[in-house]
Design a protein around this ligand. Structure first.
Ligand code: CUA
Length: 277
């Protein structure tokens, strides 16, 4: 390229005494073709894009959302308005049937992204959005927050579990099943007492009808049904739950859950209460 420029500069430079080059006034036909053809290509691509965008988000009409997902720093609140089921960091859906999600944010902008099932969509405070989510086959589909939202953005994972129709009904039933508010077992009763007296309920709703529960942190009812703790940072096992409660910041630096100092007896009782079958 540089070589041909040099050649053209040397070959066609102004010669002393040479006549001025002839002036021409454009070529209307060439200009029409060179403008018209690209315009046509862009118009065709635009029409295809419009069609594809319309197909990716079919009309919602006045249909109410099946699931309301709220992004928090750094976890996902998941609510099923029809059944009243509440969970976190895990969405169960029936395979083969599209479900309508409403996405909200409790604090900053997050982004819901489960690559195999749906397009990305921002969760913007004050502006709920809706999206269809569909899995053709049963399975577990991994997703994550895809918009930087603070320290622990990377540990804001979400799992979509697509169940067969029967398994989905079973999950809804298990998640709805009332947990006795006053356990008769003394270990569980102690765990419930720790939950309410050591301020767990300042941020979490607990199993059973725990008094004073709030939704600043994940709802912990039916916790044993979930695969992970801390939005994906640990597998949900009683041993990991102990590690998590002892020092959440060591496992997920920056997490908004404070450390609560408990005796090993209190810890064992609390975990038994939270992970009870
Ligand atoms: Cu939420 Cu990144």
């Amino acid at each position: 390229m540089a070589g041909s420029i040099t050649w053209f500069v040397a070959r066609y430079r102004h010669q002393p005494g040479a006549p001025p080059p002839p002036q021409i006034h454009g070529h209307p036909r060439a200009e029409l073709v060179l403008t018209g053809v690209p315009l046509l290509i862009v118009a065709v691509v635009f029409a295809f894009s419009l069609r594809a965008m319309g197909k990716s988000d079919p009309a919602v009409g006045d249909r109410q959302p099946d699931i309301v997902v709220t992004g928090h720093q750094w976890w996902w609140e998941v609510r099923y308005p029809a059944s009243g089921v509440v969970t976190a960091n895990e969405i169960h859906i029936p395979a083969g049937r599209p479900v309508l999600l409403e996405l909200r944010s409790a604090d900053v902008i997050h982004d819901f992204w489960v690559p195999e099932l749906a397009r990305k969509i921002d969760l913007t405070p004050g502006a709920p959005r809706r999206i269809w989510l569909a899995a053709d086959r049963p399975g577990v589909y991994a997703g994550t927050c895809a918009e930087f939202c603070g320290t622990e953005h990377a540990w804001m994972r979400i799992l979509v579990v697509a169940d067969s129709a029967a398994a989905y009904q079973q999950w809804i039933a298990a998640s709805k099943a009332p947990e006795s508010a006053q356990p008769t077992d003394s270990l569980l009763a102690q765990g419930r007492a720790v939950f309410t007296t050591r301020s767990c309920n300042a941020c979490h709703t607990g199993p059973g009808d725990t008094p004073g529960g709030t939704d600043a942190g994940p709802d912990l009812a039916h916790l044993r049904l979930r695969a992970t703790l801390g939005a994906g940072v640990l597998a949900n096992t009683p041993a990991n739950l102990v590690r998590w409660i002892v020092d959440p910041d060591a496992i997920k630096p920056g997490v908004l859950m404070p450390q609560v100092h408990l005796t090993s007896d209190q810890l064992a009782a609390l975990v038994a209460w939270l992970e009870r079958p």
